[in-house]
Design a protein around this ligand. Structure first.
Ligand code: 5GP
Length: 146
């Protein structure tokens, strides 16, 4: 079952958190690592991934860490708005494969929406241009409030 079961430490986000796989980082602290989504659904699509926890999804994440996690999601969302001037922002996460989850380490999506630009398919297509992702990450990081 993708919704329940044991945490698999070989998932790609666990590898990124351990430094075994690369990412285009936006910011990192004791609670989370935030980085660009490699198959962005729109320009500036980024992810907030909690550190030091074996949580497949929202249901097995420690309740006392939800506040710290979503404080950082809010901070990143504000920075995305300041840096990229989208017309709207989707903040979401999926639980279990039938719900759309493909990587089984809890993460929150921050997806800017631009009027008249369609949303790309979830977790499909070619990886984004790395230089474009780095440029977006730099702009978003520069817009982070203290
Ligand atoms: P989920 O489907 O689990 O909610 O979201 C997983 C997200 O991770 C997708 O949006 C997908 O594009 C992204 N993704 C998949 N593999 C990688 C990767 O290796 N690096 C990064 N940065 N994002 C990834």
């Amino acid at each position: 079952m993708s919704l329940t079961g044991a945490y698999d430490g070989n998932n790609i986000f666990a590898k990124i958190l351990r430094g075994e796989a690369p990412c285009v980082k936006i910011f990192e602290d004791d609670e989370v690592l935030a980085f660009m989504d490699i198959f962005p659904q729109s320009q500036g699509h980024c992810l907030v991934v909690p550190k030091n926890v074996e949580a497949r999804n929202l249901t097995d994440f420690p309740a006392e860490r939800l506040g710290p996690l979503f404080q950082r999601v809010q901070r990143l969302t504000r920075a995305v708005i300041a840096a990229l001037s989208p017309d709207g922002v989707i903040v979401t996460q999926f639980n279990g494969a039938p719900a759309g989850q493909t990587i089984f380490h809890l993460h929150v999506h921050v997806i800017p929406r631009y009027a008249n630009l369609p949303l790309q398919a979830h977790n499909q297509g070619k990886p984004a241009d790395m230089e474009a992702l780095k440029s977006q990450a730099t702009r978003i990081a520069a817009a982070l409030e203290p």
